[in-house]
Design a protein around this ligand. Structure first.
Ligand code: PLP
Length: 433
């Protein structure tokens, strides 16, 4: 059983997060409940920023990749910590703006931004459009022409790096729907084409090689390839980039055997690569951007459930059903993601059983943890699943018409409700009889 460092156990043998007793939280707010440790998020944001200051003279900006957890309060935290944000849809952009986020610090991503989304983004003066393809450049150019504006663009480049992660979350290789590849000349062509469009200003290059990556090598290699490409477009097109966005993808610890590197180390190593490559190639050191999502919020969050049906099928498997499931955490059914859990109300009992913790949805794949080593779970126990801060709420659905859980942020022993639990009325609010 793995309990993250920011959690502890109190004298009642209850699990504690952000100074709050999780059993009390479950009682007060009900279950399933997402609980986010606010201080842990802020500390992670500061660690990234401080490393950028130490290893790259602060010549850059950390962007919160908000698809990991897009709520108004999260944008507020990112803004207060001096971060920018990366958004990938009109909906994320809207949420960020409604929270009061400075539009100049928003980077708009996506492989199929619609005309309406781009019009919205340009109308709101978002800082950068990260252009995925030539069709999009045409649309951006046309909208800017109409509005009498100039858009600053970055290009989404596939550096051709294999990030050694799950196939569905690895994006830097040529066979990917995101961006344009260097190896077949598409990347060069798109920069050349953008140069011919008069309402665009070329700001720089972007790559994002995947997610939940533990090794530093693919990041270093991607940075090197991007600088080489910057040199090529400088020499052959006379285009000098001022910004290099290296994406996100830093892994976190979900289970005991996960060993993510420290991001300080990542920023140190990648900064070194950029400095060396720029010096060798006579390229101006670019302003750099990094876009962590998972590593800012993932291990700051836990989900509390109440155990219900316990089904011990002799010689087969013991199922413990909780009051949520794939609706609030679809990562097992999507990628076979692994998690660890504890019993919140008996937090330091020895784990001596192997059980499968499953949800209440009508799918056999509706599992949270297969073969979890747990103390004996009884009906009514509060089960705390670790490291659910990223890609849980943001991927949640209403499958089986389950209401999406509430979310509280905890800090210094105080809990504050930041996303309300959905109600049955919410479920039918768009239905027409
Ligand atoms: C998803 C994504 C990120 C964040 O990835 P994490 O693995 O959560 O750090 C950053 N940039 C882009 C373009 C993305 O698509």
């Amino acid at each position: 059983m793995f309990i993250p460092k920011n959690l502890s156990v109190n004298e009642k043998n209850h699990l504690v997060i952000g100074g709050c007793d999780t059993v009390d939280l479950a009682k007060e707010y009900g279950t399933p409940l997402y609980v986010m440790d606010e201080e842990h998020i802020r500390t992670a944001m500061r660690a990234y920023k401080n490393s950028l200051n130490s290893f790259y003279s602060g010549n850059g900006l950390i962007l919160y990749a908000s698809k990991a957890l897009s709520t108004m309060y999260m944008y507020k935290i990112a803004s207060e910590e001096g971060l920018g944000a990366d958004v990938v849809s009109g909906g994320e952009l809207y949420t960020a703006l409604k929270s009061g986020f400075d539009s100049e610090k928003i980077y708009f991503h996506g492989n199929n931004k619609t005309y309406d989304e781009l019009e919205f983004a340009i109308g709101e003066n978002v800082g950068r459009i990260v252009a995925d393809n030539a069709r999009e450049l045409d649309i951006v150019n046309e909208i800017c022409e109409k509005k009498g504006k100039t858009a600053k663009v970055l290009f989404r480049i596939k550096p051709g790096v294999d990030a050694h992660t799950h196939e569905f979350i690895s994006t830097g290789q040529i066979d990917s729907k995101f961006g344009v590849a260097i190896e077949n000349g598409e990347a060069f062509e798109i920069v050349k084409y953008a140069k011919s469009l008069k309402n665009l200003e070329i700001a720089g290059l972007h790559c994002h090689i995947g997610s939940q990556i533990f090794s530093l090598e693919p990041f270093k290699l991607a940075a090197k390839i991007m600088i080489e490409f910057a040199e090529k477009i400088k020499n052959e097109l006379g285009v000098e980039i001022s910004e290099l966005n290296l994406g996100g993808g830093f892994g976190i610890k979900y289970i005991e055997s996960d060993t993510p590197p420290e991001y300080e180390k990542y920023i140190e190593e990648v900064s070194k690569v950029i400095k060396t490559e720029c010096a060798e190639r006579n390229i101006k050191m670019p302003f750099i951007l990094m876009e962590p999502g998972r590593s800012l919020v993932g291990d700051a969050g836990i989900t509390l459930y109440t155990a219900g049906t316990v089904k011990d099928i002799k010689n087969v498997r013991k199922y413990v059903s909780v009051d949520g499931g794939m609706g609030d955490n679809p990562r097992y059914i999507l990628y076979g993601a692994e998690y660890d859990a504890a019993i919140a109300n008996r937090a330091n009992e020895t784990a001596d059983e192997v059980v499968t913790i499953c949800g209440k949805c009508c799918e056999s794949g509706d599992i949270i943890i297969k073969d979890a080593k747990m103390p004996k779970i009884n009906s009514g126990d509060i089960v705390a699943v670790m490291s659910t801060g990223a890609y849980n709420y943001s991927m949640a659905s209403n499958y089986n018409r389950l209401c999406r859980p509430a979310m509280v942020f905890v800090k210094n022993g105080k809990a504050s409700l930041k996303v309300k639990r959905e109600t049955y009325e919410d479920l039918i609010k768009n239905d027409i009889l």
